[in-house]
Design a protein around this ligand. Structure first.
Ligand code: ATP
Ligand code: MG
Length: 411
């Protein structure tokens, strides 16, 4: 016999409680995005490579080493999407969604990054994503963060805190960048090899480094606050003020920069608190939701300057934290005690489902087995049918304490 091909490294086949938790995350997201009146969008899973290269930035981890890029049969370089934002920005421009601006968009689906697979980190993973395109005011940031906060609450996820920073506007960010280069250049030889490289290309990323050699110099690195323009400061104050008013808890994280080039002003991540149950469940892959304001991105794709803000969260990581909380709705098991009763039982089940009650038919094995299976499924009710004169066998009925008539189950 020939050997069965294995799944691709870093991909998952999700089944059982994990699949239920996954569905629970998506369903909850769908409900919450409607509460905030975000409109659903569906985007292609692949785009021209330049969509990501131009908007995410050539020097980022994603573009420099994580993309699944390939040439198609027509010789064009295409890439499996590593994130949603760039594709949404492309769609905004190519479909003329400016006419709807400001537009609140939500989506979910698979993404692809060539990373070292480990717990909570895969090569195909899934995100939920929310974006507001065409909104310059801090209230948009507040609304998005309030939505993220409510989503986590409705998923029953605890022990996770919003870490918030500002990267300032273009000018503040540039001044900060220059100061950071100066600061880190003085200790260049003591930095990790990766950060020595970042120093030239993407110095903000050094703040993000998990390498101890770098972290020593991060604590006393220049802070963005010294470089914020009055406007950028006012913007950040409006965001934090709005969060306080909305009852969203947050903490200031001065070294939080996020990996991508396109962020301006607000940048944030929801991270499990140290020592919390959530932290131990996730291991070292700790960030569950991240995002920020990307006022420069649409321009980098050739559009008019368009302010925007958004976030994305890993569905697998959220599902690990909320576990089986999704639970099943009350359901009914319909038992056909003997084969002659199957048609009638199946018809009754159809009626139950049409009335919105979920249910399933058991009609194989001995009559005793059928009831045993039904009881084991632990349903809200067992609805039994028999072709025997006098109805369902009395002994069996007595063993299954929740046998109901169809009318009861429908009530
Ligand atoms: P990390 O620091 O963990 O690599 P990131 O900054 O690359 O995260 P984003 O691009 O901000 O992540 O994506 C948002 C969210 O998507 C993350 O917070 C995480 O929950 C999820 N995510 C990102 N990459 C992966 C992956 N390879 N596998 C599973 N989930 C992921
Ligand atoms: Mg990453």
């Amino acid at each position: 016999m020939s050997k069965t091909p294995q799944a691709i490294r870093g991909t998952q086949d999700i089944f059982g409680p994990d699949a239920e938790a996954f569905a629970f995350v998506v369903e909850t997201f769908e409900r919450v995005r409607r509460l905030y009146r975000f409109r659903r969008v569906e985007m292609p899973v692949f785009e021209k490579t330049e969509v990501f290269a131009r908007s995410i930035g050539e020097t980022t981890d994603i573009v420099s080493k994580e993309m699944y890029s390939f040439e198609d049969r027509g010789g064009e370089s295409l890439t499996l999407r590593p994130e949603f934002t760039a594709g949404i920005a492309r769609a905004f421009l190519t479909n003329g969604w400016q006419q709807h601006a400001p537009v609140k968009l939500a989506t979910h689906g698979p993404l692809f990054r060539y990373e070292r697979p480990q717990k909570g980190r895969y090569r195909q993973f899934h995100q939920i994503d929310a974006e507001i395109v065409g909104a310059a005011e801090p209230q948009a940031d507040v609304e998005l963060l309030a939505m993220a906060d409510q989503l986590l609450k409705e998923l029953g996820i605890e022990g996770v805190t919003l870490h918030l920073n500002t990267l300032g506007d273009g000018d503040s960010r540039e001044a900060w960048r220059t100061a950071l280069v100066e600061h880190f250049r003085a200790v260049r030889d003591e930095l990790s090899e990766e950060s020595q490289e970042r120093l030239e290309k993407n110095p903000l990323r050094i703040l993000d480094s998990k390498d101890r050699r770098d972290q020593r110099f991060v604590a006393d690195a220049p802070k963005i606050d010294q470089f914020l323009s009055d406007e950028a400061r006012a913007f950040f104050d409006a965001v934090t003020g709005g969060l306080d008013a909305a009852g969203v808890k947050w903490t200031r994280a001065e070294s939080l920069v996020r990996g991508l080039d396109y962020y301006r002003h607000t940048a944030f991540e929801f991270i499990p608190d140290e020592g919390s149950e959530a932290a131990s469940k996730l291991g070292s892959q700790s960030t569950i939701l991240g995002g920020g304001r990307y006022d420069g991105l649409i321009e980098s794709l050739g559009g008019a300057p368009t302010p925007a803000v958004g976030w994305a969260a890993g569905i697998e990581r959220l599902a690990m934290l909320c576990g089986e909380r999704g639970g099943e709705p009350d359901f009914v098991i319909v038992v056909a005690e003997d084969d002659m009763a199957i048609t009638e039982a199946a018809a009754a089940l159809q009626k139950l489902r049409a009335a919105g009650r979920s249910g399933e038919l058991i009609a194989t094995g001995s009559p005793r087995k059928r009831f045993d299976k039904a009881v084991k499924a632990d349903p809200w009710a067992i609805v039994a049918f028999s072709s025997r004169e006098g109805g369902v066998h009395r002994n069996i009925k007595a063993d299954a304490p929740i046998v109901r008539m169809v009318e009861d189950a429908l009530a």
